[in-house]
Unconditional design. Structure first.
Length: 185
């Protein structure tokens, strides 16, 4: 078989029939999944607690200190910008609709939990707006076109199914979706 680095030759060493693994064989995997789920739950719980406490006291700095959380401040960030240790602000769009002084709810940032307080909000200058105006217009246009195309395809399929122009083999569809779900596990 050809691969990007050259060629690979396979050799069949054994054939194992499908079998349910023993507990010892999957113990570490199950433990790892449990620990990850538990850590994620605890992170969400602590982040929610920090958010609730900061909102009640109207002081994120004090609430973070009381709970042992790290408090950091960033420079001004655009909605498509990056914040060190947090990452892309695309997931935190709610922050940009807040007023200065407002404290956010919990925000998931990869392996981190974040509660943000908006210190300052700065509108773009006329030059910045003019520079990005076409880019913003194009992205909105592409989003609307995608939505409209999706609606068109959905309506077309429904109409074709109603008029019996399109017939879906439900049994094969079930087999395909079941097969796809098993591959994703």
């Amino acid at each position: 078989m050809q691969v990007p680095q050259g060629y690979v030759v396979f050799q069949l060493l054994a054939i194992r029939p499908p079998a349910t693994p023993t507990f010892e064989e999957i113990r570490s995997k199950v433990e790892g999944q449990f620990k990850n789920e538990r850590a994620s739950f605890l992170l969400q719980q602590k982040t929610q607690e920090l958010s609730d406490r900061a909102k009640a006291e109207h002081d994120l700095k004090k609430a973070a200190k009381d709970l042992g959380a790290t408090m950091k401040t960033s420079d001004l960030v655009a909605p498509d910008g990056q914040v060190p240790d947090i990452g892309s602000m695309a997931n935190a769009g709610a922050i940009f609709s807040m007023k200065p002084g407002d404290i956010s709810g919990p925000i998931s940032a990869g392996g981190n939990g974040v509660v943000a307080q908006l210190l300052e909000k700065q509108a773009p200058t006329d030059e910045e707006f003019a520079a990005k105006k076409d880019e913003i217009r194009q992205s909105l246009l592409e989003a609307k076109q995608g939505d409209l195309f999706g609606l068109f395809v959905t309506n077309l399929r429904q109409n074709m199914e109603k008029s019996n122009t399109l017939k879906v083999n439900q049994e094969e569809m079930k087999n395909l979706t079941r097969q796809g779900a098993q591959e994703g596990e």
